[in-house]
Design a protein around this ligand. Structure first.
Ligand code: GCU
Length: 337
């Protein structure tokens, strides 16, 4: 937390100055601080910039954002803590990282929760998602919107992961979350939790044998330089979330809240298209880097291996109601097999 202390000590002071603004908006110009852990070449950075531009435009300059990419303010966990206390106003994090702050977010890390992309989008654009976003208000933050973060797959330095036995004995980096740890253990690997920013070096130094993520990690974060076997296990579709400090939000007028919400939803739509294009581009670039993409994965075997997690979630009084609602949204013909 050394960086955080520095951050409190010197970088940020209240950033509001008087400026001309439409009557319905505050007469103060407010600069909000937004953190995330990806570099400037990653599609999420472009979409967060777009969000900031929309908010500024719609508020006629009254609301502006300062964006801190690259995990400059710390890991996802640290950034969530800063958002809780209000030291930063908003943060983009993986839903998985939110699990230790609010157990309901563990749902998104349940492997094979969604039947495929269509089922996922249906849920994320329904009131199930907004009910989850609003459930953390007592923890000092809430979810404003989600951003597509693709489908997570296993990728390794050596053996491709085509069936659970291929994971045996392999150290696989997972997000620091109980659910991700349990998933990897049941799928057959040895889970090694660590922050995303440490993964490249861990791969390079052979501390881990592989990890799991969407295809952009191969290129934007250079994981494909070291891990050459990308296997379509398609075990999880975990959204990124834009979380916002609750009391900061409550300090805004209804008009400002409307503008921020609208900007967030529009940027989420923008991101969906950008994501599809950037994923295709990442695959092409990763192939040039020498990465092989394996489609011939025994997903039925992986799915069966993690069934105990589904049975467990059905028994959990906090998660089961959300889980059931998600199951009801499964559509015929949109399976992931
Ligand atoms: C995805 C996600 C990030 C997360 C990362 C991880 O890339 O978009 O928010 O940090 O996975 O595996 O930690």
């Amino acid at each position: 937390m050394r960086r955080t202390a520095l951050f409190f000590g010197s970088v940020f002071i209240g950033l509001t100055v008087a400026c001309a603004s439409p009557a319905s908006l505050s007469t103060e110009k407010t600069t909000l601080r937004l953190a995330h852990n990806m570099n400037e070449s990653h599609p999420i950075h472009q979409s967060l910039l777009h969000f900031a531009e929309l908010a500024e435009e719609k508020s006629e300059g009254a609301l502006t954002f300062e964006i801190f990419p690259n995990g400059q303010l710390g890991s996802e966990r640290e950034a969530i803590e800063l958002t809780q206390t209000g030291a930063v106003d908003a943060t983009k994090v993986s839903a998985t990282a939110l699990e230790s702050f609010s157990p309901v977010y563990a749902l998104f890390s349940i492997p094979y929760l969604f039947d495929g992309a269509d089922h996922y989008y249906t849920v994320m654009e329904s009131d199930i998602a907004t009910d989850i976003y609003d459930s953390t208000a007592d923890n000092g933050f809430f979810g404003l919107t989600y951003y597509d973060a693709g489908i997570r797959n296993m990728y390794t330095i050596g053996t491709p992961i085509l069936a659970p036995e291929d994971l045996r004995g392999l150290k696989i980096r997972v997000q620091p979350s109980e659910t991700a740890i349990e998933m990897t253990r049941l799928m057959g690997g040895a889970p090694t939790p660590m922050a995303f920013g440490e993964v490249y070096t861990a791969l390079q130094q052979g501390v881990i044998d592989g990890t799991e993520n969407n295809e952009t990690a191969l290129t934007s974060n250079n994981h494909g330089e070291v891990a050459k076997e990308y296997s379509y296990t398609e075990h999880a579709i975990v959204p990124d979330l834009l979380i916002f400090n609750q009391s900061r939000w409550e300090s805004f007028s209804p008009e400002e809240q409307r503008i921020l919400k609208e900007a967030a939803l529009e940027s989420s739509e923008f991101h969906k298209e950008l994501w599809a294009a950037e994923t295709a581009e990442a695959i092409a670039r990763a192939e040039e880097m020498g990465v092989t993409f394996h489609e011939d994965v025994d997903k039925a075997a992986f799915r069966a291996s993690v069934d105990p997690m589904h049975q467990q979630v059905k028994q959990d009084p906090d998660l089961a109601p959300f889980y059931e609602r998600i199951q009801e949204m499964r559509k015929e013909g949109h399976t992931n097999d």
